[in-house]
Design a protein around this ligand. Structure first.
Ligand code: SAM
Length: 420
């Protein structure tokens, strides 16, 4: 393996408009894990690593982040750095700082949340992400009489989740997608913050104590409570709509929490995502999930459901900065921050308003709507809550708050009850 594979990959990264994951899937399987690990480390902490390896990249972070992709692609220092990273054998800092983020992102965080939270956020979001799985209820049948733990089949040890009683968290690489148990649907890969949003959407009263008023600061010391599982089961047969379901991460989690009761509808405007959702539901043996592809104006398709849903989750399209650890290429901003925005030619703000306008009418009186995003800006979180309060007088705010980005990715969620 040659160390310049990283340089070639980076040059392609500068030109390509596809996601890092899709680019990595083109790399030869033998080289992929190392390329993925080192390239992600560079994209997460370029200036911290440059300092560590003593290779100057620019006079200042501002000057570095000002460089065009034409210049980055040919940047001598970057290619020296990539070579040093490759040869380091993984011995490098696992944490960066504000210098590793474009100044416009840092300025936005400081304006919204102040310097302390911003420093903390940059530190946390420049680290490696954890690998988290959500154990399906069927895994409980895998514990033998002798108390053997099904997780012992993994070489890497997993710890329990902080919040979700069914989360198991691996530090370091665990080949979680390559096991027979995964193929048979015994678990899904799902960040704990995403698991928390799925629980919140069903029962925000139970989950609200886990949330914080400010992102990144003040992580709540919380112990995942196994009794939560029983609490969800006793909610009975709810009608739940996951209005922006994507490939169904939260749809599946909600179906599992309700343990086969009720009916869960997963909506999205992209057929490919709904196909993926259906495939995953099949693998998990969830029979009460229905995936539906919607038009951009879904009124005709859904109006017969108006006022009928017990719970509606609107996991809205957003900038995605809460999951920067997993998708470090987002901050390099080779295209507008959100592909849906680009496709629909609207602002994120407009898109977030549209999804609430489209799906709020589905909630029945006494039912709940959850608005959620994997982002932190006030514009996408608390300002959206104010907008909902001003524009939807039939709904009352119940709970709102942030989770992460500590041991979880970063999410914001707010629940509203329909009062008339
Ligand atoms: C944040 S992602 C959802 C992630 C998903 N809930 C999960 O847990 O994996 C937002 C989703 O909203 C979808 N979307 C965008 N505009 C929409 C619309 N007008 N109606 C429904 N879904 C929409 C996108 O395709 C995307 O899958």
């Amino acid at each position: 393996m040659k160390s310049d594979i990283l340089s070639l990959f980076f040059a392609e990264f500068c030109e390509s408009h596809v996601h890092l994951d899709s680019m990595l899937s083109q790399v030869h399987p033998h080289q992929r894990p190392k390329v993925a690990r080192y390239m992600s480390a560079f994209l997460r902490r370029p200036l911290t690593l440059a300092e560590h390896f003593n290779i100057p990249l620019a006079e200042s972070p501002e000057a570095f982040w000002d460089l065009s992709f034409v210049k980055l692609k040919k940047h001598e220092g970057i290619h020296q750095l990539l070579s040093a990273i490759w040869q380091s054998g993984g011995e490098m800092p696992n944490e960066g700082g504000v210098q590793d983020f474009p100044p416009h992102i840092i300025a936005q965080w400081e304006k919204d949340w102040g310097k302390e939270a911003t420093t903390q956020m940059a530190r946390l979001l420049s680290q490696e992400p954890l690998t988290t799985i959500r154990a399906h209820r069927r895994t409980r049948d895998l514990e033998t009489d002798e108390g053997t733990n099904w997780l012992e089949s993994f070489e890497v040890k997993a710890r329990e989740g902080y919040y979700s009683p069914v989360a198991r968290v691996f530090k370091g690489f665990a080949p979680v997608q390559k096991t027979q148990l995964f193929t048979e649907g015994y678990y899904e890969i799902q960040d704990e913050g995403s698991q928390v949003m799925s629980m919140f959407a069903l029962n925000s009263d139970l989950v609200a104590p886990m949330l914080s008023e400010t992102p990144a600061l003040a992580r709540k010391k919380f112990t995942a409570n196994p009794n939560l599982i029983q609490a969800f089961k006793s909610m009975g047969a709810l009608t739940v709509i996951d209005a922006c379901a994507g490939a169904g991460g939260k749809t599946l989690a909600m179906a599992d929490l309700l343990q086969g009761q009720g009916r869960i509808y997963g909506y999205d405007i992209y057929e490919k995502k709904i196909q993926n959702l259906k495939r995953r539901a099949e693998r998990a043996q969830e029979r009460n999930i229905q995936g539906v592809v919607l038009e951009r104006d879904p009124t005709a398709q859904i109006q017969s459901f108006y006022g009928k849903a017990d719970r509606v989750l609107i996991d809205s399209p957003c900038t995605g900065l809460g999951v920067l650890r997993r998708n470090p290429d987002i901050k390099w901003n080779r295209k507008p921050l959100n592909a849906e925005v680009l496709a629909q030619q609207v602002s994120i703000d407009e898109l977030q308003h549209t999804v609430v306008k489209n799906y709020a009418p589905l909630v029945k009186v006494g039912g709940e709507m959850t608005y959620g995003v994997c982002a932190f800006s006030k514009a996408e979180t608390t300002d959206q809550v104010k907008w909902i309060q001003e524009n939807f007088p039939d709904f009352q705010l119940k709970h709102q708050g942030f989770i992460g980005p500590h041991e979880t990715d970063g999410f914001f969620m707010a629940s509203f009850v329909r009062v008339k």
